[in-house]
Design a protein around this ligand. Sequence first.
Ligand code: PLP
Length: 458
Amino acid sequence: MTTKMNDIDVLKSLDRDHVWHHLTPGAAARNGLPMFVRGEGLRLWDSEGVEYLDASAGGVWVTNVGYGRTEIADAVREQLAELNFFAGSMGNKPAAAFAKKLLDKMPGMDRVYYSNSGSEANEKAFKMVRQIAHKHFAGKKHKILYRERDYHGTTLAALSATGQAERRDQFGPFVPGFIEVPHCCEYRSQYGDSDNYGVQAAEAIEEVILREGADTVGAIILEPITAGGGIILPPEGYWPKVREICDKYEVLLIIDEVVCGLGRTGQWFGYQHYGIQPDIVTMAKGVASGYAAISCTVTTERVFALLQEEEGDHLGYFRDISTFGGCLAGPAAALANIEIMERENLIENSRIQGERLLAGFNALKEKHSVIGDVRGKGLFAGIELVADRETKEPVHESVAIAVAGACKSLGVIIGRTNRSLSGFNNILNFSPALTASSEQIDRIIAVVDQAIGEVCSG
Ligand SMILES: Cc1ncc(COP(=O)(O)O)c(C=O)c1O
């Protein structure tokens, strides 16, 4: 029996009875989950015909060019009709064309290694570091540092490199050789009031390198701006100092642009705000805005050269594979996606509308004492809710849940980060598609204002 795709009640009961949903408590799923069935721009419609404005880019920072882009769907369809798949030491047209387009946005970066998800892109980076350690440092320089509050993915090595205890609970033991460094959230500074916080937070990394032994540390992975861990912007002076430390100890700098990449922060890549040059950059989500699964691990020519075979070492090339990586719907979608971003100046729109969003939220801070901190860059923003501004005591996570729920009832979908440094899930996050208009940004601000007023009055 085939199910008619327009029989929504049947489909909802099939979903309830047969689909195991990501990160969803059983109790929620047992009652049956709502379904979104259509999208256009930032607008979404559920199966009951109710319309929403999506300020979360598909829930998890993905739909950078918005919903309903038939141009991307057509590019994928045409590619699949012409050739859907062939892997194994052969090139393909969209992967070549997209690699060139992408590298044009990333001066100093030279090679694109394709895979299918953010976690996988990070796994590839880790495997590169480990193989470089074996080939060039007798296996010694194999440790990989990661930062408290950063998230790098769901697979076991990526989770071993994740600084969010609540994500790791119940999945150990972890992969050896991943070492945590302290966070860099100035709002919750470890050093009290400091006018040199950024440099201090970076020097904390140097302390870990020296403690572990610089000859054992191969790389550090960092988000340019921490996403799910609390929308944490790097403090002044942090990034240049991090780069300096990496150079001093020959530590490769891996920047995880899975969320920030492709315009989210008002630059093509988050690291480009800070004038630094990475060795490896990973990206996924916005690469094809959700029209196909694709991720990339982008390296310098130097990293590429370190993983080439040599005489007497015929297996010394990067011995890794991903069946679907770079084949073929992914790069076809990514190419059409990046062409839209260029044509519609979406990086500039992200910057301009991001400033409008932040200004609006900062104005709300004057009005609602529950807003402890407003942080963001481009169309990537967070509001930290506190019970007391002086002590920065967080609100209970039920408050953030209620505010997000009230926004949804008022027709705007917003996000919440994972449990934050304060120990509670008290941060609201916002990442509308990069096409957002001034009217849509104003609506988001107005709805957040109303929702906080409703939930927190009295
Ligand atoms: C910064 C960051 N890196 C990596 C990932 C993992 O990406 P994926 O879920 O595509 O494996 C995520 C997912 O949210 C992320 O936020």
